[in-house]
Design a protein around this ligand. Structure first.
Ligand code: ADP
Length: 743
């Protein structure tokens, strides 16, 4: 390659000098010519004037010769200057020629480089004109086609296609196509990328296709897909297996727990009662383990379906605290809840799953706390629509390094301690997955030896029907009240104070030893926690000038008559519901004590109050049939047994035809021959549009699909085994209500 000359930068002075020189060069010849012409003309004139005298004057001759010489010099100089200019222009033209030659050479080199790059591409490149004839192919294409370029150019050659895969067109009209072709080395997958380009030569549009060998990727994808299908099939098989195992375990467990329950109601020696209690505790633990494993496997299989329905936050949280109350109080722990009044009264979400999470967190809090209290506090989160469910305890705490681990399945913070407290290590793993499925998160804060606080933060939109209302709308008109709370410094007392303050009440919480000083002042109401001792409580009841309300645990109900006699006008059972507290504060007259809730273990109200029903029981398992029959008899109903679906339908049909239909059918889902679903379908078909006999499914399967199948078959309720007396009584009462309403 030749180098182009680069002139040094001459700058302005040099340019000016060149202009002066050029002017001098052009003036000089003319100067000579003018001087020479003048001299010659003067000689000629002097010769003309002296022509007659014919005088030779050497001076004139010399001037004439000089003038002629000057003229000649001027002409010569002019020729020389023109020559040098032409020479310069020639030189410039040569340089320009050289530059152009260099440019052409560089372009050729770039083209050669681009062509060699294209040729060396591993990707296939082929261009076709509008008739499908090849106008360009690269080496890779020639190699794969097994033909020389000369043969391919101008031909409509196409690689032999075996099958086509994904085919799509991008917004810029580029077409992407996967194609399997046959090559000398066997089938290969090519991913083509086709674009329309303009050809400069033919002035026609051409299709340029670039094909990349993606055989490895596609085969990996296929292998992955097959592995995923196999994994899904295995997971499905696992879920079915678990459902089957759960059913198989639940059925005998139903018998064990049910029979132990029946045994407990018979006269037993203290030793026998201990053994029965142990049987029941172990059975209940086994049942909760099965439920945890089932739940976890369902979540793992991606089968966790979330419900969306409006529900009341306060009712849900207070139910949970009330349910766990006896367990906490049995350990001597305080348990209380507080729902921020600013939250919507009703929100939309899955109350059953949320309840499961909170029951697990609060259940753990009670399990891992030996002294102190457990509180469930519900507040609004930082982000709009987020609700924070906080479960706080004063228990053993969790070391920082264990805090992330406990959310993994089968993980427990401390092996030794966990063994002491029992459990499977699945509860938090399940809760975390449920909350995350709801779009929320779970966090934990804990100080070993001081306590733990779990926060489930869940987005729950306000329900349309109650969105504008707040959790306790009527609670705003208590600003005129002043209330004194006399209680040990427990979480429950501080939550009551917080609740009252939010309602506008002037509330003051005092420890029992200061009570004497303040109790005699003017208060609208004095709340006295009975845990300060019967004597102290009675003393305050004697001196307080206000309405006196005593706070008791369910186990202290038997003290109520004495407390009323001592001067208390009302009572609240711990854990206290906001609505009960409001009702007590709102009551102007001394409160009539609400009817006492049944003591634990006492037969439910349904047992005595409900009208006896004739119940058809379809159950093939002998032990379960015996249990159901006994429970129904004890509840005051009349069971009629059928050990198959066919017999159940026959019995139902006979009674129906005789005009004395059963009040209710309890239908086991799984029976040999005609199963419970089919029997229910037959009953519904036989009823036509006439009055319906309520049918309640009885099954050991807890899956949603089973529930849906039962309702689809025309059943009205669903009872999961193991059957217990309370749930059966509730189901019977509901069925009776529905029948009464329909009648
Ligand atoms: P389980 O309670 O059945 O063992 P979880 O998954 O519910 O399983 O809990 C996992 C572990 O986390 C527990 O074994 C315990 O070590 C720890 N843990 C959970 N909640 C608390 C709590 N409130 N206080 C102390 N430790 C807790």
């Amino acid at each position: 390659m030749r180098l182009i000359q680069v002139r040094p930068n001459t700058g302005k002075p040099r340019k000016r000098y060149r202009a002066v020189r050029r002017m001098a060069q052009s003036l000089l010849p003319w100067t000579f010519i003018v001087i020479g012409a003048l001299a010659t003309a003067s000689v000629l004139l002097s010769y003309l004037f002296h022509v007659n005298e014919s005088v030779y004057d050497p001076t004139t001759f010399a001037i004439g010769t000089g003038g002629m010489f000057c003229l000649l010099c001027g002409i010569m100089l002019m020729v020389l200057s023109r020559n040098s200019r032409l020479w310069l222009e020639l030189k410039r033209a040569r340089i320009r020629c050289e530059e152009l030659a260099d440019g052409t050479w560089e372009l050729k080199e770039a083209e050669a480089r681009a062509t060699s790059l294209l040729e060396a591409q591993g990707d296939l490149i082929v261009r076709r004109d509008n008739l499908g004839r090849i106008t360009y192919v690269n080496d890779a294409y020639c190699l794969l086609a097994g033909r020389p370029r000369e043969l391919l150019l101008g031909s409509a050659h196409a690689l032999p296609s075996l099958q086509q895969g994904r085919d799509s067109v991008l917004p810029d009209r580029t077409r992407l196509l996967d194609e399997q072709i046959m090559t000398a080395d066997g089938p290969r997958w090519l991913a083509w990328r086709e674009v329309v380009v303009w050809s400069e030569k033919s002035d026609h549009a051409e299709v340029q296709s670039v094909g990349r060998d993606v055989t490895d990727r596609i085969e990996a994808e296929r292998a992955l897909g097959q592995a995923r299908d196999a994994a899904e099939a295995a997971s499905g098989a696992k879920s079915r297996f678990l459902a089957m195992v759960s059913h198989e375990i639940r059925t005998p467990l139903n018998g064990i727990l049910g029979m132990a329950g029946l045994l407990q109601d018979t006269p037993l020696t203290p030793e026998q009662a201990t053994y029965v209690k142990a049987t029941q505790t172990s059975g209940a633990a086994l049942l909760s383990l099965i439920e945890d494993i089932l739940d976890f496997s369902k979540i793992e299989a991606g089968k966790l379906e979330l419900d969306t329905q409006p529900f009341s936050l306060t009712a849900m949280v207070e139910d949970i605290v009330e349910l766990l109350g006896p367990r906490a109080q049995a350990k001597g722990l305080e348990i209380a809840s507080d729902v921020d009044e600013g939250l919507p009264a009703r929100v939309i979400g899955d109350p059953t799953r949320l309840r499961q999470v909170l029951l697990n967190l609060a259940g753990n809090a009670i399990k891992f706390t030996e002294n102190g209290s457990v509180a469930v506090i519900v507040e609004s989160g930082f982000l709009g629509g987020e609700i924070v469910f906080q479960v706080r305890d004063t228990g053993i705490g969790i070391a920082r390094e264990q805090q992330a681990r406990i959310f993994q399945e089968f993980e427990q913070a401390e092996g030794g301690l966990a063994r002491k407290f029992g459990g499977t290590g699945l509860g938090l793993a399940i809760s975390k997955r449920i909350v995350e499925r709801m779009g929320g998160r779970i966090e934990v804060d804990s100080v070993p030896g001081e306590g733990t606080s779990f926060r489930a933060i869940v987005p729950l939109p306000a329900a349309e029907d109650g969105g504008s209302e707040t959790a306790n709308p009527e609670a705003t008109d208590f600003s005129h009240l002043s209330v004194l709370i006399i209680a040990p410094p427990t979480i429950e007392a501080s939550l009551i104070e917080r609740q009252l303050t939010r309602w506008g009440v002037s509330a003051m919480h005092l420890a029992p030893h200061l009570a004497e000083l303040f109790a005699q002042r003017h208060w609208d109401a004095v709340l006295v926690d009975h845990s300060i001792g019967a004597e102290a409580a009675n003393h305050i009841a004697g001196i307080a000038q206000a309405r006196r309300i005593v706070l008791i645990t369910p186990a202290e109900r038997h003290r109520l008559p004495a407390l009323m006699e001592a001067g208390f006008a009302g009572y609240l059972v711990k854990p206290i519901r906001a609505a009960s507290l409001r009702a007590q504060l709102g009551a102007e007259q001394p409160i009539e004590s609400p009817p006492l809730a049944p003591e634990p273990g006492a037969p439910p109200a349904a047992e005595t109050a409900q009208k006896p029903m004739v119940v058809l029981v379809a159950e093939d398992n002998e032990i379960n049939a015996l249990l159901t029959r006994t429970l129904l008899t004890r509840l005051g109903h009349l069971p009629v047994m059928a050990d198959s679906g066919a017999l159940a339908f026959e019995r139902w049909h006979t009674a129906h035809a005789a005009g004395a239909p059963y009040d209710l059918v309890l239908m086991d889902m799984h029976m040999p021959g005609i199963d419970g679903l089919e029997a229910a379908r037959r009953i519904r078909a036989a009823e036509g549009g006439g009055p319906r006999t309520p049918i309640v499914a009885l099954t050991a399967n807890a899956f949603t699909e089973d529930r849906e199948a039962c309702f689809a078959a025309g059943m009205d309720g669903f009872l999961v085994k193991p059957l217990d007396r309370d749930r059966l009584a509730t189901a019977l009462a509901e069925a009776a209500d529905k029948t009464a309403m329909a009648a």
